[in-house]
Design a protein around this ligand. Structure first.
Ligand SMILES: [Zn+2]
Ligand SMILES: [Zn+2]
Length: 264
């Protein structure tokens, strides 16, 4: 697996991604300490639920790390443009490089990105042809993890039996109510925000329209409508649906089809 790290130097982006990491870290530290492990130890919840929580947390942070450090689709200095495609390429007047149509120049990253969707400060990276699948996974796993956290917070109060012996001197136990309220607040914000983002990203992918194109009222009515399985297979770089959910793999462009093919 060829891993090329891509780091954007932007203090505002670093602040935003640190906030996202903090929210993930908070929920991965306090929810198991306050709810998951104590209720598991007292036999209120099964071990499978504990594993599912840690798995959702692991997949969420892996998707975040990979989406923020993956190359979004940067253009090579000297691209090999197929003769039949010459008319589909244009010159970027900012970096003076040839690029395929639907590429955009990102002022934050300082280069052009193939089929750029938008620059996301929350991952401090562009979302483009090569990391759109990771961004979609991130939206999905953030929803799963925040919904899981909200459900555990709720069950801790209204459903699970009271915990027996707990060390009342422990910081997290003394501040249990405040910590769980913060967790609920962050869970609601993340779940609400990520659900709407996931929906807009998915509809954008299925209608083959990027966020930039939507904002410029571009209408993509070129070509017939394609099945959703084919569209998503091209975005994720595989026809194996199970692999659409795994962030630890590399994406391979699928055949010389449509705008997702690798142009360089
Ligand atoms: Zn450019
Ligand atoms: Zn960018």
């Amino acid at each position: 697996m060829k891993l090329r790290l891509h780091v954007v130097v932007d203090p505002m982006g670093w602040f935003c991604i640190s906030t996202v990491f903090f929210i993930w870290f908070y929920n991965t530290l306090f929810i198991p300490k306050l709810v998951l492990i104590p209720h598991f130890n007292e036999g209120h919840i099964p071990w499978a639920l504990v594993i599912c929580y840690y798995l959702a947390s692991f997949l969420c942070v892996t998707a975040l790390l990979r989406a923020s450090t993956a190359d979004p689709g940067r253009l090579h200095q000297d691209p090999n443009i197929p003769h039949s495609e010459r008319e589909q390429w244009e010159l970027c007047n900012k970096c003076n490089l040839m690029r395929p149509k639907r590429s955009h120049h990102c002022s934050k990253c300082g280069h052009c990105v193939r089929r750029m969707d938008h620059h996301c400060p929350w991952i401090n990276n562009c979302v483009g042809e090569d990391n759109h699948w990771l961004f979609l996974q991130l939206c999905f796993y953030t929803q799963v993890l925040s919904l899981f956290t909200l459900a555990l917070d709720f069950c801790h109060y209204y459903y699970f039996q009271q915990l027996g012996i707990m060390d009342q001197e422990e910081f997290s136990v003394r501040h249990e109510l405040a910590l769980l309220r913060i967790s609920c607040f962050m869970g609601l914000v993340m779940f609400g925000g990520m659900s709407s983002l996931f929906y807009t990203q998915l509809t954008g992918i299925l209608t083959d329209t990027t966020t930039i194109e939507k904002m410029s009222y571009f209408s993509n009515d070129a070509g017939p409508k394609r099945p959703w399985q084919q569209t998503l297979a091209e975005v994720f770089g595989t026809r194996w649906k199970i692999l659409w959910f795994l962030p630890f793999r590399s994406r391979q462009p699928l055949g010389p089809l449509h705008s997702y093919r690798s142009h360089v």
